[in-house]
Design a protein. Sequence first.
Length: 424
Amino acid sequence: MARAFTLGRAPCALSGLGHLVSPEVPRRAPAGPVAAVATCLHVRQRMGRGGGKGKGSGKGKGAGSQKPTDDPNFVRWSKNMRLQGSPSGAVYVVEDYVASGSFSRVFRVHEAKRWGERRVYAAKVMRKEDSYIQYTSSGPKEGELLMRLEAAQAAQEQEVLTMRCLDSFATKDDAGQEYWCLILEWLDASLFDIVRANGHRGLHLSMVRILLRQLLEQLKVLQELKCTHTDIKHKNCCLANTEHYLAPSSGGPTIILTQPLAKFIDYGNAVFEGDKKPHPIHTKQFRAPEVLLNVRMGWGPASDTWTLGVTAAFLVSGQLIFNSHDPTELLRLMRQALGPFPARLLAAAQGGVEPQLGSWLNLAGKGPAEAACADLLLRMLALDPGERLSAEEALRHTFIADGGDGEKAPIPPKTSELRYLGAS
């Protein structure tokens, strides 16, 4: 049975929204929304070039693609700077700057060894803890969570898909200021980068299925631990490898990854059940309705299912389906795409529309694979979090579980035709 939610006060989001809801309108049978879901991620018909700056971004941006601003709250860095303090005695040498987030900077590093293979890692160096604003998990907590997720997958004899944390320690810069440092598995471009390189057109459905299954497997472990990531989005899902070839399609050449593997990054704001819940969470265009409406019972792991659903819709269409920074406009777009808000979320009001998600995705009226994809996204984007699929349930859905019958990736070309993002 779906859980009931009581509305809290959210004047900014709720002001003037009476016309958005119609709780008296009965829920449609699955067939109706699925048919509608088949015309919510409109695919662009032009093929563009662009994308990441090169292999090994770690955060969806090419290493050295930009230089950080001089902020006293962040670690001051220089090339060949040494990150020391690991309990193992390992020392990591900074090769280049990669990117900055709200609470950290990421660098490309290698371990200083006299012999052996030089392996590249991503070093995430946190801001000074006393300079944090709003909310963030500490560096040690993020490192412990990543190691716990890896152990949980290994204990279940599953393929370890979670981004690996290889080291976690306090380090000091040249001025003696202390920061927390995580040494992470080196990842490549983000899902945003690969879609941008594809001309902001949706990826081949075989790629969507594989990437979504991998991310659902990672989300399943998080939800089993009663942990919410709180910031799943296209730029926080990175690829282990961008090797690809171009295959013909109706809209022009489309990218086919030869070794598709996507992983969540940026667990710094993850929240366990029982922890104090910050508000709001999520990047605005990915924000779940229960977060926008500030329901009194709060948000939970189901909000991660929503954000992954929005991310999957981006992969299908190449576009953000709820592309606004205004809470009222976001709620209007949700109603337009998914139908009226449930009574448990909003007070009664007039109106009612058919869900249009399928139309936006350009999946309507096509084959069984497209219909299954539309149905899965609709269930992951249920407006009521109590009716939203869990990651485990989504993994059993026909679109994921059938193994791609009827929607195979095109045959790969000769090795000489393989490419990487950013390579000429």
